[in-house]
Structure formats: structure tokens, C-alpha cells
Design a protein around this ligand. Structure first.
Ligand SMILES: [Zn+2]
Length: 494
């Protein structure tokens, strides 16, 4: 286990001078010792295999796929039963093309069979227990090996290396991390051990953002790492700040929230640096990061296998991300329906030279990030994709919906806002959705972030379900899929 993993539990209690001294000493230690063997080995493996041929990649995928399926069939009671029930003889599972013969699972299935899904080789009390919210809002929990944390960190660093970020690069951190109580005096603190300038995203008042800007100018972090909603807030503040910001970031690493194209365009222009985001989820089954040569997401072939399934649960060009993880045999999840939507990039190849399969338009948690038209079709915000100067005049906005076809757009106006902006925004949005939704603009003094510091851009009060077969009490709508920039015509409610 790595030093940083042990250090991070207690060191928030140390005084600042001691941390600075520790930070200086810490960076004298060679990187492989600091982050541990798992991290270093994984990072090296990823660098070695990054530009492998399509054939080599297929061979690795097949190897890992066969391993996890065979392991599950042998050591996991749930899969033993399930494969028998579906008539799957695992000896006949040879390569990834056989994946379609395996049953699908979803969060509800996971909730019901959680204990049977743990491998008989692992003691649950020695595993990490992670929870995430299910499609009905009920949390669902699962178990992972401890070592997966450093393995995953290596994948993330590997992806970020495309932005020039290294494990030791300094970062401005804007995420829902609680500042330790003794460091809350400034709403920010600098952590020399991790080279992180942490700023509170719960309290992004102008007064505090001014302090953040001074701290940025003092510590000069190379990258911004955090939630896009918070980064956008800060960029908007900097745009109106006297003299702007006397510091140039090398790149922006967006995490956890869906990146709305409008935010991305704005932030890249305002801060003069590229935004890189990646798709991942707490189940740790599929990870895909943006490329330095394009904006498509390269799926990491050795982390897990990604399928996109349409409403009939068939592999398709666009659909629900259905994931088979390769890293966690303690509780294998095979063909797990994530509830997230994406579309394959069908262009021949990427100019970076990597042979990875690529996604465009990854939309996270669809059930939270969709609006419903008067006809009952779903529209993703990323598909609405509006960029106009009028949006730049808003500090923050939120879509609130409790009936199909009507959406309240709550806005916090900035200094440069005038009422015509509101009318223009309404017009643009309604045109974009072919007038299938009416938008009412409502001014607010403030719009709060959630307890974890993330910001919910859509507050969707209509219970949405994906596809026709899953009506578990909610209204069942058909979906409108997802070509960024255009809307398919309505499909009526089932
Ligand atoms: Zn590429």
C-alpha cells in the first residue's frame, strides 16, 4: 500500500509548517515508493500497451473477459445459479463475442442478490463497501478490493497524462471535499503533500472567490481538478475580475458531473486552457477519457468492457452503457446496466494513433439529466447544447420540471444580465426542442449545491424509466436518443 494512502488519513491534523516541511521531504522519495507498487505497475503497463495494434488489444480484452467470466462461474454463487438458469456452459465462453449470451444485471438485481455476488474467496469484512444511488433513488451497495483504488488512480493519471498532468503536478481542487475544521478560516487551504490548493465549493460567494484567486496567484497550481459547475462559477468570476487572473493553467480536469457543452466552450475560452473529462462510475467497470487530439472518449480496454444497448437490449450505435468490469473479482459485475447513455464514435480512426474504441456524447445519469417533452420523449441537456452569450450573463442556472412539456429555468443573474437576455434564452431553448417544451424563466438570488458539493443542473421530479420493460411503478416513457446537436422526433409515451 502506498505512503500517500497511509498519510492521508491523519495528516489533516498537523500544523501547516510541519506539512510544508513534510511536503518537501516527501517529494524527495522516488515516485514508485510514494504511490506504491500497484500504482506504478499499472501505470507502466498502460504506457506500454497504449499504442498496441487492434489485434493485440482484442487478445487482451478476450483474455480478461474469459478470466472474469470463468472466475465468476466458479467462485460466485450468484453467477453459478444464473449461468445454469440461462443454460450457459462457461467452457463455451471463448471470446468477447460470446458476451451477448450472458444475462444482464441491473441495480435492482444487485440490491436483491448482493451477498450471493461476493466471491467465495473473499471475506466481505476485508473489502471496501461502496454505495451509489439507484434509479429509483434507493441506494445500492457493492464490494470492491482495496487495491482497486490505486489501480484506478493509475488509469486516471494515465488518462490525464494526455493533458500533460503527472502524478506530482500541482492542482487547484474544486470538489466536494470537506475542509478540515481548523483550516476553514479562509474557505481554502494549500496541501503541500498532495500539491493541492483546495477551495470550498459550497460557498462560492464573490468574496470567497476573490480569496481563491489570490491563493491561485500565490501557489500557481498547474491544473484545475474538479466539478464543472464550480469551475464554471470561478471562470465567470474571473471574467469580471479587475485584471482577470495573473496565472495561466495548463489544463482543466473535469470530474464526477456531466460536462455540458455550453460550460466547456465557456470555460475553455475564459481560462484559455483545454477541458479534459472522462467517463467513470463508482462501480469501476468502464473508464473512458477524452483524447488530446479530439473530444471523443477512448475506452480503456483493460479496465472493463463497454457495450451500448438499445431499448430492446441489443448492441447498438447508441444506448445504455452496459459494463463488464475486469478489475474486481471480489464481486464481479458482468453486463451491468449503468443507466448512463452514450454513443459510439463511428469515424474510422483518431489522429492520435490509439486503437481504442471511442465514445462520443457520453451522458451520465440519464434519469437526472433529461427533460421530458409534451409528448413524453426524453431530451438530454447535452443534446440541447446551446451556446450563446446570454448564458454567460448568468451566474448559475437550473432546470426544474414536474410536468411533461413545461420546465422552469431558475437563474441567478450576473452583473451584466438584462431582462432581454432571459427572453432570448427562452427563445433559443424552445427553438432547439422544436417547441415541445415551454420554458419559464424564474430569477433567484441563489442556487444551492448539494451536500456533497456537486451541482444538480436538472431537478427532475417526473419519475423517469428507461425503456419499456422496466416499468417498476414509474411512468414508462420511450426515449429519444441522443445525437448531440439534434433531436429525434417524438416517440409517444407507452
Ligand atoms: Zn485519440
Amino acid at each position: 500500500m502506498s505512503l500517500i494512502y497511509h498519510a492521508k488519513k491523519n495528516y489533516d491534523r498537523f500544523p501547516r509548517w510541519m506539512l510544508s516541511a513534510a511536503g518537501m521531504l516527501y517529494y524527495q522519495i522516488p515516485a514508485e515508493k510514494r504511490y506504491g507498487k500497484t500504482f506504478e505497475d499499472t501505470l507502466r503497463f498502460l504506457a506500454d500497451t497504449e499504442f498496441m495494434s487492434r489485434d493485440e488489444m482484442d487478445r487482451l480484452i478476450n483474455e480478461r473477459f474469459r478470466y472474469i467470466v470463468h472466475y465468476a462461474g466458479k467462485h460466485v454463487p450468484y453467477y453459478k445459479n444464473k449461468f445454469a438458469e440461462y443454460g450457459v456452459d462457461i467452457r463455451t465462453i471463448q471470446d468477447i463475442r460470446d458476451i451477448v449470451r450472458l444475462p444482464l444485471i441491473d441495480k435492482e438485481e444487485l440490491r436483491q442478490h448482493q451477498q450471493e455476488m461476493i466471491s467465495d474467496e473473499y471475506d466481505p469484512s476485508k473489502l471496501m463497501y461502496i454505495t451509489t444511488s439507484g434509479s429509483t433513488g434507493k441506494p445500492v451497495g457493492f464490494y470492491q478490493k482495496q487495491s482497486i483504488l490505486m489501480t484506478e488512480w493509475a488509469y486516471v493519471m494515465h488518462i490525464w497524462s494526455r493533458a500533460g498532468c503527472k502524478p506530482d503536478s500541482s492542482r487547484l481542487v474544486l470538489r466536494g471535499k470537506q475542509l478540515p475544521p481548523q483550516r476553514q478560516d479562509n474557505n481554502w487551504f494549500y496541501d503541500p503533500l498532495r500539491r493541492e490548493l483546495n477551495c470550498d465549493v459550497m460557498n462560492m460567494t464573490e468574496e470567497n472567490m476573490e480569496k481563491y484567486c489570490s491563493a491561485i496567484e500565490k501557489y500557481r497550481p498547474q491544473f484545475i481538478h474538479g466539478y464543472m459547475s464550480a469551475i464554471t462559477m470561478l471562470a465567470k468570476y474571473i471574467a469580471t475580475r479587475n485584471g482577470g487572473l495573473r496565472h495561466q493553467f495548463s489544463g482543466i480536469l473535469a470530474i464526477s458531473e456531466n460536462v455540458i457543452p455550453e460550460q466547456k466552450t465557456y470555460v475553455e475560452r475564459a481560462l484559455g486552457a483545454r477541458v479534459f473529462s472522462f467517463y467513470g462510475h463508482s462501480e469501476r467497470l468502464v473508464i473512458a477519457g477524452e483524447c488530446e487530439k479530439s473530444s471523443s472518449y477512448h475506452v480503456e480496454p483493460t479496465y472493463g468492457y463497454c457495450e451500448l444497448l438499445d431499448e430492446n437490449r441489443k448492441q447498438a450505435k447508441a444506448g445504455e452503457i452496459t459494463a463488464t468490469g475486469f478489475l474486481n473479482e471480489a464481486m464481479p459485475l458482468i453486463r451491468y446496466r449503468t443507466g448512463d447513455l452514450a454513443e459510439w464514435d463511428s469515424s474510422e480512426s483518431c489522429s492520435c494513433g490509439r486503437n481504442h474504441r471511442r465514445l462520443i456524447s457520453v451522458f451520465g445519469r440519464w434519469s437526472q439529466d433529461m427533460l421530458v417533452t409534451i409528448g413524453g420523449a426524453y431530451v438530454s441537456l447535452a443534446a440541447i447544447n446551446i451556446h450563446s452569450d446570454e448564458f454567460d450573463h448568468l451566474v448559475r442556472y437550473k432546470f426544474v420540471q414536474d410536468e411533461p412539456g413545461v420546465v422552469d429555468l431558475q437563474i441567478v443573474p450576473g452583473k451584466s444580465y438584462c431582462p432581454q437576455d432571459g427572453e432570448q434564452i427562452k427563445r433559443l431553448l424552445e427553438d432547439k426542442v422544436n417547441h415541445t417544451i415551454r420554458f419559464n424563466i424564474k430569477q433567484k438570488g441563489n442556487l444551492e449545491v448539494m451536500k456533497n458539493g456537486k451541482y444538480k443542473i436538472i431537478e427532475q421530479k417526473i419519475p423517469l424509466t428507461f425503456g419499456r420493460k422496466d416499468g417498476r411503478g414509474g411512468v414508462t416513457y420511450s426515449i429519444t436518443l441522443i445525437h448531440a446537436g439534434y433531436l429525434k422526433k417524438e416517440v409517444s409515451a407507452a
